[in-house]
Design a protein around this ligand. Structure first.
Ligand SMILES: Cc1cc2nc3c(=O)[nH]c(=O)nc-3n(C[C@H](O)[C@H](O)[C@H](O)COP(=O)(O)O)c2cc1C
Length: 297
């Protein structure tokens, strides 16, 4: 399958300009390895391990099996400061190739990461947040658009990606509803240098989601996705069927809500099967090349 690339994917040493985006509870070390072997960037939230020691064990596991790049996500404002510091230090000690910051100010993390030569991406839904992160020195901005899984934005990707690109000096990474190769081609056409895909990888063999969750992603359409701030306090997209009728906001432990109420984005429409990551990447690459060929006439 022939490789395709962008300046940012070449800088990172990826075969394809694709990221399996970090997903709370769902991403695991097996995904990081499978993505590395498939030539894309796998990412995992540091909090997917209960402790920083567990994170260190995962980093050691991945490091001993591949020298290809992978990423760890630090959810700054959602992580208690002591845990955050221990996780940042673990990433620095293992010289994790890419750190992805979200939900907070990345300034200090960027300074420390750059001292180790680590690349930092920062996740935003709006230009003003992107400009602050750019000022903090991040290497690329992830623009999370309307319809994305997790804490989605409200701006259509046709507007958001070109707008960020026109107003930033750093590369833009496109996120939200990219589940197949046609959407990857569209994101790159809009100026994104990487396609950041979460929901597609819920339906992967390697991921830690329960089988029923994977199957629900396959069986759902965008009509099954609800955008609400009632579950986690911040607007996010969830599978309607998993929201209890009498849900009481704040009535559950914050982390527990993501266990019982399943998140996915509108990109469920183009997900038809549960497969190993290597095969998902092959499908996406084939669809991408078909789309580009079709466009070329
Ligand atoms: C179940 C789920 C959990 C997520 N957890 C996180 C997280 O812990 N940190 C984060 O930065 N983004 C998180 N996200 C957002 C993804 O990293 C990514 O931005 C999003 O999935 C892209 O949109 P897509 O799902 O339409 O591909 C999550 C998304 C999903 C679906």
């Amino acid at each position: 399958m022939s490789a395709f690339s962008t300046p940012l994917s070449r800088k990172l040493g990826l075969t394809y300009p694709l990221v399996a985006a970090p997903m709370f509870i769902i991403s695991n070390k097996e995904m990081l390895l499978a993505c590395a072997e498939a030539g894309i960037l796998g990412a995992m939230p540091s909090l997917n391990q209960r402790t920083s020691e567990g994170l260190r064990a995962d980093l050691e596991w991945v490091r001993s099996r591949t020298d290809k790049p992978f990423a760890i996500n630090l959810t700054i404002g959602l992580t208690n400061p002591e845990r955050r510091e221990a996780d940042v230090q673990a990433c620095l000690d293992f010289e994790v190739p890419v750190m992805i910051t979200s939900y907070g100010n990345p300034t200090e993390i960027v300074q420390r990461a750059h001292e180790k030569g680590i690349t930092v991406f920062h996740d935003v839904i709006r230009l003003d947040h992107a400009l602050k992160a750019q000022k903090a020195g991040v290497d690329a901005i992830i623009g999370v658009s309307q319809g994305a899984g997790g804490h989605a934005g409200t701006i259509n990707p046709y507007a958001l990606i070109p707008y960020l690109r026109a107003n930033l000096n750093v590369p833009v990474i496109g996120a939200g509803c990219i589940s197949g190769g046609e959407q990857v081609a569209a994101a790159l056409a809009l100026g994104a240098e990487l396609a950041y895909m979460g929901t597609r990888f819920i339906a992967s063999s390697e991921c830690a989601a329960p089988q029923a969750y994977k199957q629900m992603v396959v069986d759902s359409t965008h009509d099954d996705i609800v955008y609400t701030d009632q579950i986690s306090g911040v607007h996010a997209n969830f599978l309607k069927q998993t929201i209890p009728d009498s849900f009481e906001a704040g009535g559950h432990d914050a982390a527990r809500r993501w266990v019982d109420i399943w998140s996915a984005g509108q990109g469920v429409d183009t997900i038809h099967d549960i497969k190993p990551i290597g095969e998902i990447v092959e499908d996406i690459v084939r669809e991408y090349h078909d789309a580009v060929k079709r466009l070329a006439g």
